[in-house]
Design a protein around this ligand. Structure first.
Ligand code: ADP
Length: 495
């Protein structure tokens, strides 16, 4: 390991053991696995490799903690959550370094998006802990009956988290889950476990009761699969690939556990002829290439009106040519490496497929060889295709990398049909100065989010989640509490 990475890691992470029932523990098997820095390919840490035995222990700890957590005054739960959010904000610089080291994203992006939103989520849902209420319902029995509802936690929640926004995705799931009175087992992605372990430090530091939050590190087959099949888990909340979501749904059958799925996407961006073209280019660049394109919401299918298509492509290409690849830890890096060698290979495979299928490649995407300590990093130059056809793989499958496809349209209806020509429905963007058109089109796009004259904005108060094969169960906002609660109706005979 290079000296700078070693020093940063020492600074950024304290205890690289799991958190189960308030104890920091190794895996029962004693095994650990390696965590790599994607900018160099070198091992920066090892963490415990959990298997079914560790999952059992974590679920048992969460179960044991449930009555106490439920019984705790909501304001006391709120205070713990608020303090956790505050500690995340106070440690922003350190946590951003950790995410850059572990995931490859730029520190700047982590400081702009991942860390502040994670902090805000714990504080926002801290506010909700005291506001989960039932209702009294008048019935046909009139005054002879008293009926009220109570909103109870579902119980033990398993949060299975992806690698693209490691800490943030833990917060997405932990915030509403804890506010609703559930206990948790978090399994971070095997590629990026470090910030979840740092979160475990903070959970202990602010004084959560043992077992309320447990963190197990391990891969999908050894730790994720037993967690999603576990009879002691009442709900799984998952973000990741659609295929993995289907496996989790399958595994949930045995005890009919609740499942929330935030899955893949192939989101469209529509640029109309009257759009502010410079704003559309800037916004589309972010839509396609932010986080190296490793975003579920990536607006990778770009449909541009034929009158402005060429000008749009020229401007986007000019922007791409300025992109500086490098380590996420370097301040002048625009685009870091992809998360892993497998992901870099997968994405370059898609770029080759686009070429083979006859799309025109404008930006020269593909593996990038950087010098010095970054020679073995997983860097991929951003790619831009035009002349793409609807049936091409690059237009149908989620790539999860810096690859954009631009095609042209003439009529509004044609653009809407093209936008909806996908099995997914996570997000979408549209660019126009015509407010009537904007809302007319927004109403017809089959996606859980429509951004008008912007792309990729998130706010803790705004619900987010997919339509169609992008999954179900909203995250963020008040609505995100619902999947973590179950309603009990209580009847009393007063006659
Ligand atoms: P990727 O293949 O890009 O890593 P996944 O959707 O497979 O994306 O991974 C997201 C999360 O799901 C990770 O935490 C991973 O360990 C977990 N996971 C992978 N396979 C399974 C599985 N069969 N059951 C439960 N979790 C899984």
């Amino acid at each position: 390991m290079t000296e700078s990475n070693a020093a940063l890691l020492e600074l950024a992470a304290s205890d690289l053991r799991m958190l189960i029932g308030g104890e920091r523990v190794e895996a029962a098997s004693g095994e650990r696995f390696e965590v790599l820095n994607p900018a160099t390919g070198e091992t920066i840490a090892t963490v415990p490799a959990a298997n079914a035995a560790d999952v059992d222990a974590a679920v048992a700890a969460a179960r044991a903690a449930l009555p106490g957590w439920r019984a705790m005054a909501p304001a006391a739960r709120a205070e713990l959550m608020w303090n956790l959010g505050t500690r995340i904000a106070e440690l922003s610089e350190e946590l951003a370094t950790l995410e850059a080291l572990d995931n490859g994203k730029t520190r700047g992006d982590a400081l702009m998006v991942d860390i502040p939103l994670a902090s805000e989520i714990f504080r926002y849902y801290a506010g909700w802990a005291t506001k989960i209420e039932g209702v009294a319902i008048p019935t046909a029995g009139g005054l002879a009956q008293h009926v009220y509802t109570v909103r109870e936690p579902v119980g033990v929640v398993a949060a299975i988290v992806p690698w693209n926004f490691p800490l943030l995705m833990c917060a997405y799931k932990a915030g509403p889950s804890l506010a609703a009175g559930n206990t948790l087992v978090i399994k971070p992605a095997e590629q990026t476990p470090l910030s979840a372990l740092r979160l475990a430090d903070l959970v202990e530091e602010v004084g959560f009761p043992p077992g309320v939050v447990n963190v197990v590190t391990g891969d999908g087959p050894s730790a994720g699969a037993p967690l999603s099949a576990h009879l002691g888990v009442d709900k799984v909340t998952f973000t990741g690939e659609t295929g993995t979501g289907q496996k989790i749904l399958e595994a949930s059958k045995a005890n009919l556990k609740r499942v929330s799925l935030e899955l893949g996407g192939k989101s469209p961006s529509l640029v109309f002829a009257d759009a502010d073209l410079d704003a559309a280019v800037e916004g589309t660049y972010g839509a396609v290439y932010f986080n190296q394109g490793q975003c579920c919401i990536a607006g990778a299918r770009v449909f541009v009106h034929e009158d402005v298509h060429d000008a749009f492509v020229e401007k986007l290409l000019a922007k791409l040519k300025t992109v500086q690849l490098g380590s996420g830890l370097d301040a002048d890096t625009d685009m870091g490496p992809l998360v892993s060698a497998e992901q870099a290979e997968r994405v370059t495979g898609f770029i080759s497929a686009g070429r083979d299928e006859g799309a025109t490649e404008l930006a020269g995407g593909g593996p990038a060889e950087l010098a010095g300590e970054h020679a073995n990093g997983y860097f991929v130059r951003p790619a831009l295709f035009t002349d793409v056809e609807p049936e091409m793989r690059v237009m149908r499958e989620e790539i999860f990398g810096p690859v954009g496809m631009v095609s042209r349209f003439r009529e509004e209806d044609e653009a809407i049909a093209a936008a909806n020509d996908t099995v997914f429905g996570l997000a979408s963007g549209l660019w126009t100065r015509d407010v009537k058109r904007a809302h007319r089109v927004a109403a017809q796009i089959q996606a859980g989010t429509v951004w008008i004259n912007t792309y990729g904005f998130f706010d803790v108060a705004v619900p987010y989640g997919g339509f169609r094969m992008s999954g179900y169960g909203k995250e963020l906002g008040a609505e995100a509490l619902d999947p973590y609660l179950q309603t009990k109706s209580v009847w009393t005979d007063l006659s």
